[in-house]
Design a protein around this ligand. Structure first.
Ligand code: APR
Length: 381
């Protein structure tokens, strides 16, 4: 069996790419090793930034896929227990959409299938060959295509199919971890982030009745160090206010913060998109958005190839995306270290603490500094 574009992975990058190609009449198939239920119910981040919202709009998908409340103009910061909402000055930021990712994923799945897309769940594939591209399915059958889109995330098959000597991996460890908590607590605003001497804390809505909370902690902490009552009391201390409700804690896990880059992102007819190529910490709110930006650029490159017989955008894909993602890695390290060092100085010392406080306060006092942050948050830098 042959299909022009073989997409491995039905996460945000694979599903967005599939929809983008379908709109252009370019044949594709999406292989997903997990079940439909599993994929549709993964709880994950969800502000679609302006650049990603425009990618949906330019293909007539905004209403069917990129719905949700407009991104709030203020970031809900609390500093040393005091409320310090930070207004983002760039109006374009408002084109962003607050869309819990499981809603986005469910929309991408239903639109893809409504439009006749070929989406195969419970189908793990391996890359048989990335020059004459073919993938092998679990039953041993082989599917051939013109291209393979490696949208299979951080531990996917497509990265492992690349010869070691052909890829360069750049990694960065931030030196601290987040205790990530999923709890049945409704969020009353899109973002709540606390800068505090005891460490960073945050609450992000995950659908109408749940929230994900984050607590900065040392790398060697374990979930055993964090019984529920300690979690609630630490959150209330860092937020500087009591939590209205303390629902059941459904999930706890330790997440060391790190960044990762794979280069190049293209190998023969295999191209990497999303987490398969790069990792940014959740603080940047860019994991999902960089995946969407990759899908937008790669889809345009395939359209140029199939419609104009012009491979130039395909040839430029890896360099163009790496340049852009390194810019967002710079944004992610700056923002993440700033909000953490401006709080707990035990990780990187008092000097870094005061520098980070100055960096943070400048966002309120300098329109230029605020504009740069706003551009990054909108995905427009
Ligand atoms: N065969 C088929 N499917 C596979 C294989 C394989 N060999 N390996 C992985 N997958 C699937 C996974 O089951 C997963 O559903 O690929 C998908 C990869 O999806 P994500 O990990 O979500 O990666 P991506 O689409 O790049 O999303 C990037 O969006 O989910 C947010 O913030 C999150 O940073 C992440 C971003």
């Amino acid at each position: 069996e042959t299909k022009p574009v073989l997409i491995i992975g039905a996460g945000v990058s694979g599903l967005a790419l599939g929809n983008f190609l379908l709109r252009e009449g370019i044949g594709c198939v999406v292989f997903e090793r997990r079940s439909r239920e599993y994929v549709q119910h993964r709880q994950r981040a969800g502000v679609i930034d302006t650049r990603a919202a425009r990618a949906f709009r330019k293909r007539g998908l905004e209403d069917r896929v990129g719905g949700g409340a407009p991104a709030e103009p203020n970031l809900g910061f609390r500093v040393d227990g005091q409320s310090r909402p930070l207004r983002l000055s760039v109006e374009e930021h408002r084109e962003g959409r607050f869309c819990p990712q499981q809603v986005l994923v469910q929309n991408l799945i239903s639109v893809f299938e409504q439009d006749g897309g070929d989406l195969r769940f419970d189908t793990e594939v391996t890359v048989e060959d990335h020059e004459r591209p073919r993938v092998r399915l679990g039953d041993g059958s082989i599917i051939e295509g013109d291209f393979i889109a490696g949208c299979d995330g951080n531990h996917g098959a497509s990265r492992n199919a690349l010869p070691e000597e052909r890829i360069t991996l750049h990694t960065h460890e931030y030196g601290y971890a987040w205790l990530v908590i999923l709890a049945e607590v409704p969020a009353h605003q899109q973002t709540l982030m606390a800068i505090h001497r005891r460490g960073f804390a945050a609450q992000f809505g995950r659908g109408p009745r749940a929230s994900r909370f984050y607590l900065q902690c040392p790398l060697d902490d374990t979930t055993e160090d964090w019984p529920d009552e300690r979690i609630w009391s630490e959150l209330e201390t860092r937020f500087g206010e009591p939590l209205a409700t303390k629902g059941a804690i459904v999930e706890k896990q330790l997440l060391p913060l790190r960044g990762e880059m794979i280069s190049p992102m293209s190998h023969g007819k295999l191209h990497l998109l999303g987490d398969a190529a790069h990792i940014v910490p959740p603080m940047s709110a860019k994991g999902m958005n960089l995946a969407l930006h990759d899908a937008d650029v790669f889809a345009d490159a395939l359209v140029r190839h199939y419609k104009n017989d012009d491979p130039s955008l395909l040839d430029a894909y890896s360099d163009a995306r790496l340049r852009d993602v390194w810019n967002y890695q710079a944004f992610a390290t700056w923002l993440t270290d700033t909000v953490h060092d401006a709080g707990d100085a035990t990780y990187r010392g008092e000097f870094r603490h005061r520098v980070a406080r100055a960096d943070f306060e400048r966002l309120y006092t300098s329109g230029t500094a605020n504009r740069l942050l706003s551009e990054f948050m909108a995905g427009l830098n």
